[in-house]
Write a protein that binds this ligand. Structure first.
Ligand code: ATP
Ligand code: MG
Length: 287
């Protein structure tokens, strides 16, 4: 089902912190092809030993990612098992998580952000066509492979990371903490996880991107977060009404009313066009 990588072929380097139930390291793996050694930079995700009962779900995420291939989906090379250690071996993405990148204060343009949103939408569209639910879309799980530079006309490039341990395995508090990325129907029952939930998460992610990686509802306690959904609230809308409209369509409490991926992409394209026009307008007045 998935590629097994020998533990001895892995080299561990610096720690990159922790995820939900995981510890993350930079490293490398060595393969031998026709007697020739190849060393590849990798990212090693080790499932916390205290959560080792989640290993099946963790490896399911690895298996999902290694079975599908799309330019905006992260490459998973395989998994490695060593004693109690369960490790996911994946592509190392140079600029890391997008939320951290944006929070570091790199100034990026509106068209840069729209570009990233469109790349995520194209990954989502691919998953929708294949009937695959991701289940953990957020800016933290978007990895930046290329920074891009608007002044030179080069675009950023992002890849959607693996979903990790399934939301159906998570405790209530972990799910509550994922408000507002997790769809409201999942809070009611994790079995309600469908492709429509990914659209809700997409909306929250776009909101986050346009707020420079600042998490929506940051610092709210779990009770307040729960009340947010119970009273059908929405995130503070963007000043840009067309963008606010797209986000609120995705973050529609009734899942059936959320837009199709095709409609999301169409709306993003029109935002890109109107964004460009608005920018030309500004330039015109500045000059
Ligand atoms: P979750 O399942 O909740 O997403 P996780 O185990 O994937 O949890 P994250 O919090 O998503 O952990 O990732 C932790 C950090 O590791 C990120 O902030 C990012 O900086 C780094 N990171 C994760 N994956 C990669 C990767 N493939 N390449 C480079 N850096 C990565
Ligand atoms: Mg992650």
């Amino acid at each position: 089902q998935f590629h097994m990588i020998k533990y001895k072929d892995l080299k561990w380097e610096e720690s990159l912190g922790q995820g939900s139930f995981t510890r993350i390291f930079k490293g490398s793996k060595t393969d031998v092809h026709d007697g020739e050694k190849h060393v590849t930079e990798v990212l090693l995700k080790e499932l916390d030993v205290v959560h080792k009962n989640c290993w099946e779900s963790f490896f399911e995420a690895a298996s999902l990612m290694s079975q599908i291939s799309h330019k905006h989906l992260l490459l998973v090379y395989g998994v490695s098992v060593h004693g109690v250690k369960n490790i996911m071996v994946q592509e190392f993405v140079k600029y890391g998580a997008l939320d951290l990148y944006l929070k570091r204060g790199r100034s990026v343009s509106v068209s840069w952000k729209l570009d990233v949103a469109k790349q995520l939408a194209s990954a989502l569209n691919f998953l929708e066509e294949k009937n695959i639910v991701h289940g953990n879309i957020c800016t933290k799980n978007l990895l930046l492979a290329r920074e891009g530079d608007t002044s030179q006309g080069s675009s950023p490039f992002v890849k959607l990371s693996d979903p990790g341990v399934s939301v159906t395995m998570l405790g209530k508090d972990v799910i509550l903490d994922r408000i507002p990325w997790v769809a409201p129907e999942v809070l009611e029952a994790p079995e309600n996880l469908t492709m429509e939930c990914d659209k809700w998460s997409f909306g929250a992610t776009v909101w986050e991107i346009f707020n420079n990686g600042n998490a929506p509802l940051r610092g709210w306690d779990l009770k307040r977060k729960r009340q947010f959904y119970e009273s059908f609230q929405q995130l503070p809308p963007s000043q840009w009404t067309e963008l606010a409209d797209l986000i609120s369509q995705c973050m529609e409490y009734q899942s059936a009313f959320r837009p199709s991926c095709r409609s999301i992409i169409r709306q993003l394209n029109s935002l890109i066009t109107s964004g460009n026009k608005a920018m030309m307008h500004c330039l015109f007045f500045v000059v």
